[in-house]
Design a protein around this ligand. Structure first.
Ligand code: ATP
Length: 196
């Protein structure tokens, strides 16, 4: 089994996320991408902006339903206390009997903050990072900043098209009654628009 894990808050899931996962699938000939939903991301613990987890799950289920290579993984929701990616990686490795590094999909913003993650060294040594650049960065800039931060990491740049979309932007636009309809898959939009 060739797979990658894709951790996120998915607050809500949007087409930028789906495009990343699909890019990784094709670029690395993967069989599966596991979307790992985080219940209370350690860096967003105090945020009032997090959509209740059961709704984020519902939105993800709708978003992933038509792609056989995408799966929702809810293991972090069953944990007590904060959820850490390093533990997820070890569990997935055992469960899928992976004897190589675990591929982990991350946006550039997340990748550049990796040194502050729980057990960052351990995480760094057991993962290959599939890094998605975000708009505003060109390839050279990305390579320069990444190598100055993370010289010894195993990482590769995803060939994703730049999409200036974030969950924050969608939540804000919804609050301000601005259009966000086509930033989400249709099924996700139909559910999300009805949420308070
Ligand atoms: P928020 O705006 O609430 O911080 P987000 O849109 O960044 O959310 P997350 O669920 O935090 O979404 O993202 C999961 C992962 O996907 C992160 O590694 C993030 O960097 C990456 N990501 C999200 N949107 C994009 C995008 N448009 N392009 C590239 N990477 C992205």
């Amino acid at each position: 089994m060739t797979l990658a894990i894709f951790p996120g808050t998915f607050n809500p899931v949007h087409i930028g996320h789906l495009m990343l996962a699909e890019t990784a699938l094709l670029q690395f000939g993967l069989q599966k991408v596991l979307f790992i939903i985080s219940p209370n991301p350690p860096n967003k613990l105090n945020s009032k902006e997090v959509i209740p987890v059961e709704r984020r799950v519902q939105l993800l289920e709708a978003a992933l339903a038509d792609n056989l290579h995408f799966a929702l993984d809810q293991r972090e929701l069953k944990r007590a206390g904060p959820s850490y990616t390093v533990q997820t990686v070890q569990e997935v490795r055992q469960e899928y009997k992976l004897n190589t590094k675990v591929s982990l999909i991350l946006g550039l913003d997340a990748f550049l903050s990796l040194h502050s993650w729980h057990k960052a060294d351990e995480l760094g040594s057991c993962c290959k990072f599939l890094v998605a650049s975000r708009p505003g960065w060109d390839k050279q800039e990305v390579e320069d900043s990444v190598s100055s931060f993370h010289d010894d990491l195993d990482w590769v740049l995803l060939e994703n098209p730049p999409l200036a979309i974030s969950s924050t932007q969608i939540r804000t636009r919804k609050k301000e009654n601005k259009s966000y309809r086509y930033l989400l898959p249709t099924e996700v939009f139909e559910l999300y628009k009805g949420y308070p």
